[in-house]
Design a protein around this ligand. Sequence first.
Ligand SMILES: Nc1ncnc2c1ncn2[C@@H]1O[C@H](COP(=O)(O)OP(=O)(O)OP(=O)(O)O)[C@@H](O)[C@H]1O
Length: 255
Amino acid sequence: MIEFDKVSKVYPNGTVGLRNINLTIQEGELVVIVGLSGAGKSTFLRSINRLTDISEGEIRVNGKSVTRASGSQIRHIRRDIGMIFQSFNLIKRSTVIRNVLSGRVGYHSTLRTMLGWFPKEDVDLSLNALQRVNIREKAYIRADQLSGGQQQRVSIARALAQEARVILADEPVASLDPLTTRQVMDDLKRINRDMNITTVINLHFIDLAREYATRIVGLRAGEVVFDGTPEEATDEAFAEIYGRPVMQDELLGGA
Ligand SMILES: Nc1ncnc2c1ncn2[C@@H]1O[C@H](COP(=O)(O)OP(=O)(O)OP(=O)(O)O)[C@@H](O)[C@H]1O
Protein backbone atom coordinates (compact mmCIF):
# COMPACT_ATOMS: atom_id res chain seq x y z
CA MET A 1 0.00 0.00 0.00
CA ILE A 2 1.22 3.50 -0.84
CA GLU A 3 -0.25 6.46 1.06
CA PHE A 4 0.07 10.14 0.20
CA ASP A 5 -0.99 12.31 3.11
CA LYS A 6 -1.25 16.06 2.34
CA VAL A 7 1.85 15.88 0.17
CA SER A 8 3.30 18.98 -1.48
CA LYS A 9 6.56 19.54 -3.24
CA VAL A 10 8.01 22.93 -4.09
CA TYR A 11 11.36 22.92 -5.91
CA PRO A 12 14.05 25.31 -4.64
CA ASN A 13 13.35 27.68 -7.54
CA GLY A 14 9.72 27.96 -6.42
CA THR A 15 8.17 25.63 -9.02
CA VAL A 16 5.31 23.61 -7.58
CA GLY A 17 5.78 19.91 -8.33
CA LEU A 18 2.94 18.52 -6.20
CA ARG A 19 0.12 20.31 -4.42
CA ASN A 20 -1.71 18.75 -1.46
CA ILE A 21 -1.94 15.17 -2.73
CA ASN A 22 -4.09 12.81 -0.68
CA LEU A 23 -4.51 9.31 -2.02
CA THR A 24 -4.03 5.68 -1.17
CA ILE A 25 -2.92 3.01 -3.61
CA GLN A 26 -3.90 -0.46 -2.42
CA GLU A 27 -1.78 -3.55 -2.78
CA GLY A 28 -2.12 -5.10 -6.24
CA GLU A 29 -3.49 -2.01 -8.01
CA LEU A 30 -2.08 -0.98 -11.39
CA VAL A 31 -2.29 2.79 -11.31
CA VAL A 32 -1.46 4.83 -14.39
CA ILE A 33 -0.57 8.48 -13.83
CA VAL A 34 -1.45 10.80 -16.70
CA GLY A 35 -1.08 14.51 -17.31
CA LEU A 36 0.63 16.98 -19.58
CA SER A 37 4.38 17.41 -19.58
CA GLY A 38 5.26 19.25 -16.38
CA ALA A 39 2.09 18.16 -14.55
CA GLY A 40 4.13 16.46 -11.82
CA LYS A 41 4.06 12.78 -12.87
CA SER A 42 7.79 12.15 -12.37
CA THR A 43 7.81 14.12 -9.14
CA PHE A 44 4.91 11.97 -7.90
CA LEU A 45 6.65 8.73 -8.78
CA ARG A 46 10.11 9.71 -7.59
CA SER A 47 8.82 10.92 -4.25
CA ILE A 48 7.53 7.40 -3.47
CA ASN A 49 11.04 5.99 -3.09
CA ARG A 50 12.47 9.37 -2.09
CA LEU A 51 14.53 9.99 -5.17
CA THR A 52 12.84 13.36 -4.65
CA ASP A 53 12.26 14.81 -1.17
CA ILE A 54 8.83 16.27 -0.57
CA SER A 55 8.35 19.65 1.14
CA GLU A 56 5.21 18.92 3.17
CA GLY A 57 3.08 15.97 4.28
CA GLU A 58 4.01 12.33 4.50
CA ILE A 59 4.33 9.31 2.20
CA ARG A 60 4.08 5.79 3.60
CA VAL A 61 4.85 2.54 1.80
CA ASN A 62 3.40 -0.57 3.43
CA GLY A 63 2.82 1.45 6.57
CA LYS A 64 6.40 2.74 6.85
CA SER A 65 7.12 6.44 6.53
CA VAL A 66 9.36 7.12 3.57
CA THR A 67 9.42 10.79 4.50
CA ARG A 68 10.80 10.31 8.00
CA ALA A 69 13.00 7.28 7.32
CA SER A 70 16.69 7.43 8.26
CA GLY A 71 19.40 6.50 5.74
CA SER A 72 19.41 2.80 6.65
CA GLN A 73 15.60 2.67 6.89
CA ILE A 74 15.25 4.19 3.43
CA ARG A 75 17.64 1.61 1.99
CA HIS A 76 15.43 -1.07 3.51
CA ILE A 77 12.24 0.46 2.14
CA ARG A 78 13.84 0.85 -1.31
CA ARG A 79 14.61 -2.84 -1.42
CA ASP A 80 10.88 -3.44 -1.77
CA ILE A 81 10.50 -0.90 -4.58
CA GLY A 82 11.65 -1.66 -8.13
CA MET A 83 12.14 1.28 -10.47
CA ILE A 84 11.83 1.17 -14.24
CA PHE A 85 13.01 4.08 -16.37
CA GLN A 86 12.39 5.20 -19.94
CA SER A 87 16.12 4.77 -20.63
CA PHE A 88 16.28 1.23 -19.07
CA ASN A 89 19.29 2.14 -16.84
CA LEU A 90 21.24 -1.02 -17.58
CA ILE A 91 24.97 -1.59 -17.34
CA LYS A 92 25.26 -1.90 -21.09
CA ARG A 93 28.63 -3.64 -21.29
CA SER A 94 27.62 -6.32 -18.77
CA THR A 95 25.67 -9.47 -19.45
CA VAL A 96 21.93 -9.61 -19.02
CA ILE A 97 22.23 -11.91 -15.98
CA ARG A 98 24.69 -9.51 -14.27
CA ASN A 99 22.21 -6.72 -14.77
CA VAL A 100 19.40 -8.79 -13.27
CA LEU A 101 21.63 -9.88 -10.38
CA SER A 102 22.25 -6.24 -9.58
CA GLY A 103 18.68 -6.30 -8.23
CA ARG A 104 20.14 -8.36 -5.35
CA VAL A 105 22.71 -5.81 -4.16
CA GLY A 106 20.45 -4.53 -1.38
CA TYR A 107 20.59 -7.99 0.20
CA HIS A 108 24.38 -8.39 0.41
CA SER A 109 27.53 -6.64 1.61
CA THR A 110 29.14 -4.10 -0.70
CA LEU A 111 32.33 -6.16 -0.95
CA ARG A 112 30.46 -9.25 -1.99
CA THR A 113 28.50 -7.46 -4.69
CA MET A 114 31.60 -5.58 -5.91
CA LEU A 115 33.33 -8.89 -6.42
CA GLY A 116 30.23 -10.26 -8.08
CA TRP A 117 29.86 -13.15 -5.64
CA PHE A 118 26.19 -13.90 -5.71
CA PRO A 119 24.84 -17.12 -4.16
CA LYS A 120 23.38 -19.77 -6.43
CA GLU A 121 19.87 -18.95 -5.16
CA ASP A 122 20.29 -15.43 -6.53
CA VAL A 123 21.34 -16.76 -9.91
CA ASP A 124 18.31 -19.09 -9.95
CA LEU A 125 16.04 -16.24 -8.91
CA SER A 126 17.46 -14.07 -11.71
CA LEU A 127 17.05 -16.78 -14.33
CA ASN A 128 13.45 -17.29 -13.20
CA ALA A 129 12.86 -13.56 -13.46
CA LEU A 130 14.18 -13.62 -17.04
CA GLN A 131 11.89 -16.57 -17.75
CA ARG A 132 8.90 -14.51 -16.59
CA VAL A 133 9.65 -11.87 -19.20
CA ASN A 134 10.45 -14.48 -21.85
CA ILE A 135 14.13 -13.72 -22.40
CA ARG A 136 15.75 -16.52 -20.37
CA GLU A 137 17.83 -17.47 -23.43
CA LYS A 138 19.47 -14.02 -23.48
CA ALA A 139 20.98 -14.41 -20.00
CA TYR A 140 24.63 -14.55 -21.08
CA ILE A 141 24.46 -11.96 -23.86
CA ARG A 142 25.72 -8.42 -23.37
CA ALA A 143 22.86 -6.06 -22.52
CA ASP A 144 23.71 -3.67 -25.34
CA GLN A 145 23.17 -6.42 -27.91
CA LEU A 146 19.45 -6.53 -27.13
CA SER A 147 16.62 -4.55 -28.70
CA GLY A 148 15.03 -1.72 -26.71
CA GLY A 149 12.05 -3.85 -25.74
CA GLN A 150 14.31 -6.67 -24.59
CA GLN A 151 16.40 -4.22 -22.57
CA GLN A 152 13.28 -2.95 -20.86
CA ARG A 153 12.37 -6.54 -20.03
CA VAL A 154 15.80 -6.96 -18.43
CA SER A 155 15.02 -3.99 -16.21
CA ILE A 156 11.67 -5.57 -15.29
CA ALA A 157 13.48 -8.84 -14.50
CA ARG A 158 15.89 -6.87 -12.29
CA ALA A 159 12.92 -5.56 -10.29
CA LEU A 160 11.60 -9.12 -9.98
CA ALA A 161 14.98 -10.47 -8.83
CA GLN A 162 14.94 -7.69 -6.27
CA GLU A 163 11.70 -9.29 -4.97
CA ALA A 164 10.10 -5.86 -5.11
CA ARG A 165 6.54 -5.57 -3.79
CA VAL A 166 6.06 -2.26 -5.60
CA ILE A 167 7.09 -1.37 -9.14
CA LEU A 168 7.38 2.27 -10.21
CA ALA A 169 7.74 2.81 -13.95
CA ASP A 170 8.49 6.28 -15.30
CA GLU A 171 7.45 6.39 -18.98
CA PRO A 172 8.65 2.79 -19.49
CA VAL A 173 7.59 2.62 -23.14
CA ALA A 174 8.40 6.13 -24.33
CA SER A 175 11.42 4.96 -26.36
CA LEU A 176 9.77 1.88 -27.85
CA ASP A 177 7.83 1.21 -31.05
CA PRO A 178 4.09 0.39 -30.80
CA LEU A 179 4.45 -3.40 -30.99
CA THR A 180 7.23 -3.57 -28.41
CA THR A 181 5.31 -1.10 -26.26
CA ARG A 182 2.43 -3.55 -25.99
CA GLN A 183 4.75 -6.44 -25.18
CA VAL A 184 6.35 -4.51 -22.33
CA MET A 185 2.96 -3.31 -21.05
CA ASP A 186 1.69 -6.91 -21.24
CA ASP A 187 4.66 -8.03 -19.13
CA LEU A 188 4.03 -5.34 -16.52
CA LYS A 189 0.33 -6.19 -16.38
CA ARG A 190 0.91 -9.93 -16.13
CA ILE A 191 3.44 -9.50 -13.33
CA ASN A 192 1.11 -7.12 -11.52
CA ARG A 193 -1.71 -9.66 -11.70
CA ASP A 194 0.16 -12.91 -11.16
CA MET A 195 2.41 -11.67 -8.36
CA ASN A 196 0.09 -9.03 -6.92
CA ILE A 197 2.84 -6.41 -7.21
CA THR A 198 1.51 -2.90 -6.72
CA THR A 199 2.42 -1.02 -9.90
CA VAL A 200 2.46 2.70 -10.65
CA ILE A 201 3.21 3.75 -14.22
CA ASN A 202 3.57 7.19 -15.80
CA LEU A 203 2.28 7.09 -19.35
CA HIS A 204 1.42 9.65 -21.95
CA PHE A 205 -0.61 7.45 -24.29
CA ILE A 206 -4.25 7.72 -23.31
CA ASP A 207 -5.41 4.50 -24.95
CA LEU A 208 -2.67 2.51 -23.20
CA ALA A 209 -3.69 4.02 -19.87
CA ARG A 210 -7.29 2.93 -20.46
CA GLU A 211 -6.29 -0.52 -21.64
CA TYR A 212 -3.88 -1.50 -18.88
CA ALA A 213 -4.76 0.46 -15.74
CA THR A 214 -7.04 -0.67 -12.95
CA ARG A 215 -7.14 2.99 -11.91
CA ILE A 216 -6.16 6.23 -13.60
CA VAL A 217 -4.94 9.29 -11.72
CA GLY A 218 -4.80 12.58 -13.64
CA LEU A 219 -2.45 15.35 -12.55
CA ARG A 220 -2.57 18.99 -13.60
CA ALA A 221 -0.12 21.55 -12.24
CA GLY A 222 0.76 19.19 -9.38
CA GLU A 223 -2.85 18.55 -8.35
CA VAL A 224 -4.98 15.43 -8.64
CA VAL A 225 -7.77 16.45 -11.02
CA PHE A 226 -9.00 12.93 -11.85
CA ASP A 227 -9.04 9.66 -9.94
CA GLY A 228 -11.18 6.91 -11.37
CA THR A 229 -11.56 3.71 -13.35
CA PRO A 230 -10.52 3.38 -17.00
CA GLU A 231 -14.24 3.41 -17.92
CA GLU A 232 -14.66 6.76 -16.20
CA ALA A 233 -11.63 8.18 -18.03
CA THR A 234 -13.58 9.30 -21.09
CA ASP A 235 -12.26 11.69 -23.73
CA GLU A 236 -14.10 14.45 -21.85
CA ALA A 237 -12.35 13.48 -18.62
CA PHE A 238 -8.99 13.61 -20.41
CA ALA A 239 -9.84 17.00 -21.86
CA GLU A 240 -10.40 18.14 -18.24
CA ILE A 241 -7.06 16.68 -17.13
CA TYR A 242 -5.20 18.28 -20.02
CA GLY A 243 -7.17 21.50 -20.06
CA ARG A 244 -7.70 21.01 -23.82
CA PRO A 245 -9.04 18.33 -26.18
CA VAL A 246 -7.11 15.09 -26.69
CA MET A 247 -4.73 15.13 -29.66
CA GLN A 248 -3.99 12.34 -32.10
CA ASP A 249 -0.35 11.95 -31.01
CA GLU A 250 -1.55 11.12 -27.50
CA LEU A 251 -2.94 7.84 -28.82
CA LEU A 252 -0.72 4.90 -29.59
CA GLY A 253 -3.44 3.45 -31.80
CA GLY A 254 -3.70 0.01 -33.37
CA ALA A 255 -5.20 -1.71 -30.32
N1 LIG B 1 14.80 19.71 -10.24
C1 LIG B 1 13.84 20.58 -10.55
N2 LIG B 1 13.98 21.89 -10.26
C2 LIG B 1 13.01 22.79 -10.54
N3 LIG B 1 11.83 22.45 -11.10
C3 LIG B 1 11.63 21.16 -11.42
C4 LIG B 1 12.63 20.16 -11.17
N4 LIG B 1 12.14 18.97 -11.59
C5 LIG B 1 10.92 19.22 -12.09
N5 LIG B 1 10.62 20.52 -11.99
C6 LIG B 1 9.36 21.19 -12.41
O1 LIG B 1 8.30 20.62 -11.65
C7 LIG B 1 7.14 20.45 -12.47
C8 LIG B 1 6.74 18.99 -12.50
O2 LIG B 1 7.76 18.26 -13.19
P1 LIG B 1 7.69 16.70 -13.48
O3 LIG B 1 8.97 16.30 -14.11
O4 LIG B 1 7.27 15.99 -12.25
O5 LIG B 1 6.51 16.63 -14.55
P2 LIG B 1 6.07 15.44 -15.52
O6 LIG B 1 4.60 15.42 -15.48
O7 LIG B 1 6.78 14.21 -15.13
O8 LIG B 1 6.55 15.97 -16.91
P3 LIG B 1 7.25 15.17 -18.13
O9 LIG B 1 6.18 14.32 -18.72
O10 LIG B 1 7.70 16.26 -19.03
O11 LIG B 1 8.38 14.39 -17.52
C9 LIG B 1 7.50 21.03 -13.83
O12 LIG B 1 7.09 22.36 -13.88
C10 LIG B 1 9.02 20.95 -13.86
O13 LIG B 1 9.57 21.93 -14.69
